[in-house]
Design a protein around this ligand. Structure first.
Ligand code: ATP
Length: 444
């Protein structure tokens, strides 16, 4: 296939858009290229969603022009001479100025200067990501592959462009693993040696929390995070999350069962989307102490929401699992109380942990409990605080206790109507709250 035909692999409307943009660049006297992962994926025959363009000239000015003409949303990152556009149909496009990068210190973001397309390709991570397709009319579809990208694609090889690559940017260590595992490629020998060398130093420690987080979560969001984790462990890279984090047999078992748990969950509750990277991270840290988990949350600068989920893994998931398997937990409301404050990710983790134990009866009971719980969590009481107030209840914590009792009874199906709720509320009030609260305490 000629490279001209390569662009025909894009959907018709994308193809036409690129032709129009090529013509627009020509009018401005600039050269325009499609570049990086998009070209790699086109050559591999994979579907690509977002487009990466680079301009030999002023990329940001060109991006403004395009945004204006196509009514696309625009965000400009002046420092990196890049812009991101979002077209009305949802297409995302990055437009950058071709540039060279210099690294003052390893691990720190580079300073950038405009440069030729060849130099721009040379600053990229791997040869397979350093191929460009020109878009100007007359040159439309011309392939630029100065560093053997196509050769390495054919040989299914990940290769850095120069020996200092991992030093310049240690995120490339993780990127190499990402592409290696996703594409089922191999690291070229010298690249493998350079990677091992870079990984044996403390270069990665110099990465900021958000940059490390980005790489780790991207890796755990790949199609097969199980292979990814095994590889991270083999290369002793997990120590950069925490020096005491290790891929023990138990952790490995949980991680390996997670895909099955996710398939079950998604089949049952398609609307309850799971944060996949985070649930894998929870599995990875499922045997770590609270202190180690807290340190990893800090190191990765996880958001409040991500941190809440991660904290609800580990020992907590084990406790929940044990309680759910307890024969004394018979009422749906008991299951509800156990699970109600937990993120869905913990439920998936609990399921994976149980699946790994291969106890068929307990596993089917757990699945039934989860299905019932997901239904029950939507149940609400008809009565509210103000109804109790009009029944003469003085302000105080009893409101929560009585409403909780009503909800439990609804969930357990012992009451079904508003009238039932009123009757039960009256009974509870009449019985005298002090004895009721006392009994509650002794029951729990
Ligand atoms: P994915 O398919 O995961 O999106 P991608 O190759 O498109 O992978 P991006 O992170 O979107 O990756 O980056 C686009 C391109 O920018 C890459 O193909 C590569 O050429 C270049 N690039 C990205 N990150 C780096 C880096 N850390 N060092 C050098 N070049 C990079």
């Amino acid at each position: 296939m000629t490279s001209r035909n390569l662009l025909n692999r894009l959907p018709q409307e994308r193809h036409s858009l690129l032709r129009e943009l090529g013509a627009l660049a020509d009018e401005r006297g600039a050269s325009l290229y499609l570049v990086g992962g998009v070209v790699r994926d086109l050559l591999l025959g994979h579907v690509t969603l977002d487009l990466d363009l680079t301009v030999e000239g002023d990329g940001v000015a060109f991006a403004r022009l395009v945004a204006d003409r196509y009514r696309a949303g625009l965000a400009v990152f002046e420092r990196f001479a890049t812009a991101r556009l979002v077209f009305p149909d949802g297409l995302k496009m990055d437009i950058a100025t071709t540039r060279r990068e210099s690294y003052a210190l390893p691990g720190i973001l580079p300073t950038v200067q405009p440069a030729s397309i060849e130099e721009d390709l040379y600053r990229r991570d791997f040869t397979i990501n350093a191929i460009a397709l020109q878009l100007n009319p007359g040159q439309f579809g011309r392939l630029l592959d100065a560093y053997g990208g196509q050769r390495d694609l054919r040989a299914r090889t990940i290769r850095v462009l120069h020996a200092g690559s991992f030093q310049d940017d240690p995120t490339r260590i993780f990127r190499a693993i990402r592409f290696e595992q996703r594409l089922k490629f191999r690291l070229e020998r010298n690249t493998s040696r350079l990677l091992a060398q870079a990984a044996s130093t403390n270069l990665i420690q110099q990465l900021s929390g958000p940059r490390l987080q980005n790489e780790i979560l991207l890796l755990l969001g790949e199609r097969d995070p199980v292979r990814v984790m095994a590889r991270l462990s083999q290369l002793t890279l997990l120590r950069f999350l925490h020096r005491r984090l290790s891929y023990t047999t138990n952790v490995k078992r949980v991680v390996t069962t997670l895909p099955k748990a996710l398939v079950w969950w998604t089949g049952r509750f398609p609307d309850r989307e799971i944060d996949k990277p985070i649930v894998y991270f929870m599995a990875l840290s499922s045997e770590s102490s609270q202190a180690v988990v807290a340190a990893m949350i800090r190191r990765l600068a996880l958001s409040r929401e991500q941190a809440r989920k991660v904290r609800a893994g580990g020992p907590l998931a084990d406790r929940v699992l044990k309680r759910l398997a307890d024969e004394r937990v018979v009422h749906p409301s008991q299951v509800y109380r156990l699970l109600v404050d937990l993120p869905d990710e913990t439920l998936v983790l609990v399921l994976a942990k149980q699946m790994r134990l291969q106890q068929a009866a307990i596993l089917s009971r757990l699945k039934r409990q989860l299905v019932a719980y997901m239904k029950n969590r939507t149940i609400k009481t008809a009565l509210m605080g103000r109804d109790l107030q009009s029944m003469g209840l003085q302000p105080g914590p009893q409101y929560g206790t009585i409403l909780g009792k009503l909800l439990d009874a609804r969930i357990d199906g012992t009451i079904t109507t508003e009238a039932d709720e009123r009757a039960l509320a009256c009974k509870l009030l009449k019985k005298g709250l002090s004895s009721f609260v006392k009994r509650e305490a002794s029951e729990s």
